[in-house]
Design a protein around this ligand. Structure first.
Ligand code: HGY
Ligand code: MN
Ligand code: MN
Length: 406
């Protein structure tokens, strides 16, 4: 079994449970994954650094004194029922790419840093792309460290704890410059498999907004409160959820998802007093995200007027669509073509750390096919051959990008 598949299998055991893999930022299993990355880096004497939120960097030196680093990587955390490839593949591939450069004795002018971003999924601390947002200055580090999980644990506390914290003996990163960023990722969609093409070069990453909606009604006995006198927080939520679904369909080229819903007091014979739910809206077109948000807010106002409830719609984060760097995309196509491999342009509906990096440096992404287009599920799968092809393409891309960037 190749190093890529071996290492992915190793990581997949960290946080595995009966419905997939759960590796949230600051948990023992997520820290263990960072430790694995550190061990692979140390084995090759790549200079290891971390930052205050736990992002990890393994540097393979370049030949030009003072040259800015090329970063290649992805994230190690997962959604609660994640698969073995989302994020982890790009991190493992980055380390394997550095090792392949060693094997070829290939010198690069720029240092090449393999990166393991933390908290990309935003499950525990609710801020997506947490690590790369802080690294690129999109989010203030103190604000990020003060974020709390559902138990009230702050990221600061989680990272100060021995079981989920920063790694011991790894110095803080000083270098904040980036010459370019390349991220290899499973497509998480159906295009490459449908087109029977082994590689994709991402054109743009869809824009995304996330919200927390809270609806406060009046609790009461399920058997005695007449329907006309209820302030049922769950029925109101149902209206908003269906309004968002309808708005995304009407807008076109948009998706909207309510993935998390909490009902209080959650008793089978008690009228729901409060509902709290997430809303995730995405589109390559910002105006369509805007239209879906407008429909959500209108539905909230309407429910408030008619249903004896109070509604609050809080926007947690908003990311504009992120076009990938055209010249870097052409460089990746050139690298892939030189390998006699086929690559097509493909959009990304999924969010990635590359969204953040694209704000500060030329950024591009490579995709490999996802079997059945599935991701964020335990069944997430990519063939070992496609995984290998992705690493080969990443190595060739690094060599080309090294020539291209200043
Ligand atoms: O939600 C996303 O698109 C990414 O997987 N965090
Ligand atoms: Mn994901
Ligand atoms: Mn991902």
């Amino acid at each position: 079994m190749s190093a890529v598949n071996e290492r992915l299998a190793e990581l997949a055991e960290l946080g595995r449970h009966e419905n997939g893999i759960d590796r949230a930022l600051g948990t023992p299993q997520e820290r263990a994954a960072r430790e694995r990355f550190a061990a692979w880096a140390r084995a090759r004497n790549y200079a290891l650094t971390q930052d205050r939120v736990g992002n990890l960097f393994a540097r393979r030196a370049g030949t030009r004194e003072g040259a800015r680093p090329i970063l290649v990587g992805s994230h190690l955390d997962t959604v609660p029922t994640g698969g073995a490839y989302d994020g982890a593949y790009g991190v493992v591939a980055a380390i394997c790419a550095l090792e392949a450069l060693d094997e070829r004795n290939a010198a690069t002018e720029h240092p090449v840093d393999a990166v393991a971003w933390v908290g990309e999924e935003g499950g525990r601390f609710l801020l997506g792309c947490l690590g790369s947002s802080v690294f690129t200055g999109a989010h203030d580090v103190e604000r990020a460290l003060s974020l709390q999980d559902s138990e009230g644990v702050t990221l600061r506390d989680a990272l100060a704890s021995p079981e989920g914290g920063l790694l011991d003996g790894v110095p803080m990163r000083e270098e904040m410059r980036v010459a370019a960023y390349v991220e290899l990722h499973v497509e998480q969609g159906p295009v490459l498999e449908r087109e029977a093409v082994p590689l994709g070069v991402v054109t743009a990453i869809a824009g995304q907004r996330r919200y927390r909606v809270v609806i406060d009604g009046t609790s009461g006995h399920a058997g005695t409160v007449p329907m006309a006198r209820r302030g049922d927080a769950l029925c109101a939520a149902a209206e908003l959820i269906l309004a968002v679904e309808r708005a995304a369909i009407v807008a076109g080229e948009s998706v909207a998802t309510v993935g998390r819903l909490v009902v209080e007091p959650n008793g089978t014979n008690v009228i729901p007093a409060r509902t709290t739910f997430s809303v995730d809206i995405r589109s390559p077109h910002d105006d369509r995200i805007e239209a879906v948000e407008k429909a959500l807010r209108e539905a909230a106002t309407e429910a408030q007027a008619r249903r004896r409830v109070n509604t609050s719609v809080e926007r947690l984060e908003s990311r504009a669509p992120a076009p990938m760097d055209p010249k870097l995309r052409a460089t990746l196509h050139k690298a892939v073509a030189a390998l006699d491999l086929k690559a097509i342009d493909v959009p990304s509906g999924a969010g990635h750390d590359a969204m953040c990096l694209s704000r500060i440096a030329p950024t591009a992404m490579l995709f490999v096919p996802s079997i059945g287009g599935r991701s964020h599920v335990a069944e997430e799968e990519t063939s070992p051959e496609d995984l290998e092809t992705g690493v080969t393409a990443l190595v060739a891309s690094i060599i080309e990008v090294d020539k291209f960037v200043i």
